[in-house]
Write a protein that binds this ligand. Structure first.
Ligand code: SIN
Length: 290
């Protein structure tokens, strides 16, 4: 059992994000140690742990401390014996992707098209793309939707109160122009989902902009062009440079982000033969409060 005295929380120096040092996630955590990590998570929204080497069941056990671990719908990319873990990867076998290669290619917050979107998502880096000159590619960017809300003028904050944006499971592909025939089936599984434009964080009580360019295509009761302009303005605010932490990956990293507080984007600036392999796990079901 690891003790709370081992832990160091080192803020990234950016608007969000902190490194947790002194913890081996393959070993059980006592309640006090977990409490310190959870408090840091609520405060910094993104936590990263370096030099971890977890087996699937160890990652799942750690994730379980934050809520119910989800089994995802993209079953063909899930780990055989551990369907809680999804491969996010560009690696192919016989010409076919073995993982979800497209994950995170536009700014979004995970599964905002669900009635109870996940609390947290975790990635464990098993392979990262490195060029011959040693440059690591495939960074992930995180933006604080809390700081972005706090930056809005009072008049705008008031205008947003009571508005509900419509989240679309196929919105990402609509944005990237890659709509596919599966979208109809996805809409049957996940009907369009309205959520408040300003969400109250279930753990911190802080207000958050809960609108993203990837998945929101309408605001209830608002004329389309006005709604799209407002969505774009808010989404652009969230991803302003001053609200971003950019994660440079190393093999062994475990990173977790707070889907209630953060949007993220995976940079697709690498190609095979440079390989990237992440194990991804999603945890907790949240209520979306206004
Ligand atoms: C994701 O959006 O889940 C993937 C992020 C990444 O691959 O960096």
């Amino acid at each position: 059992m690891q003790a709370v005295t081992d832990i160091e929380v080192v803020p990234s120096g950016d608007a969000l994000g902190a490194e947790i040092r002194g913890i081996d996630l393959s070993r059980p955590l006592d309640d006090e140690t977990f409490g310190t990590i959870e408090a840091a998570f609520n405060e910094h929204s993104v936590l990263y742990f370096r030099n971890q080497d977890l087996k699937p069941e160890q990652l799942i056990e750690y994730a379980r401390r934050f809520g119910e671990v989800q089994t995802l719908g993209f079953d063909h990319y899930a780990m055989n014996d551990h369907p809680e873990i999804l491969y996010v990867s560009n690696i192919q076998d016989k010409g076919k992707d073995i993982g979800y290669a497209d994950a995170g290619s536009v700014w979004h917050t995970d599964m905002s098209y669900e009635p109870h979107p996940p609390r947290a998502t975790m990635l464990h880096a098993k392979e990262v793309p490195v060029t011959e000159d040693g440059t690591v590619l495939g960074d992930t960017l995180f933006a604080s939707a809390v700081k972005a809300y706090e930056s809005l003028p009072t008049g705008m904050q008031e205008k947003l109160q009571g508005l509900r944006a419509v989240h679309d499971v196929a919105g990402r592909r609509r944005k990237t122009g890659t709509a596919d025939p599966e979208d109809q089936k996805k809409h049957e599984a996940y009907p369009l989902m309205p959520h408040p434009v300003v969400r109250v964080h279930p753990w911190t009580g802080k207000k958050v902009i809960y609108v993203n360019n990837g998945e929101c295509g309408a605001i209830e009761g608002m004329e389309e062009s006005e709604a799209l302009a407002l969505i774009e303005e808010l989404a652009d605010t969230v991803v302003r440079d001053e609200f971003i932490y950019r994660h440079k990956w190393a093999v062994g990293d475990v990173i977790m982000w707070d889907n209630c507080a953060v949007q993220h984007l995976a940079l697709k600036d690498y190609k095979l033969p440079l390989r990237r392999m992440m194990w991804r796990i999603t945890v907790g079901y949240t209520d979306v409060y206004e």
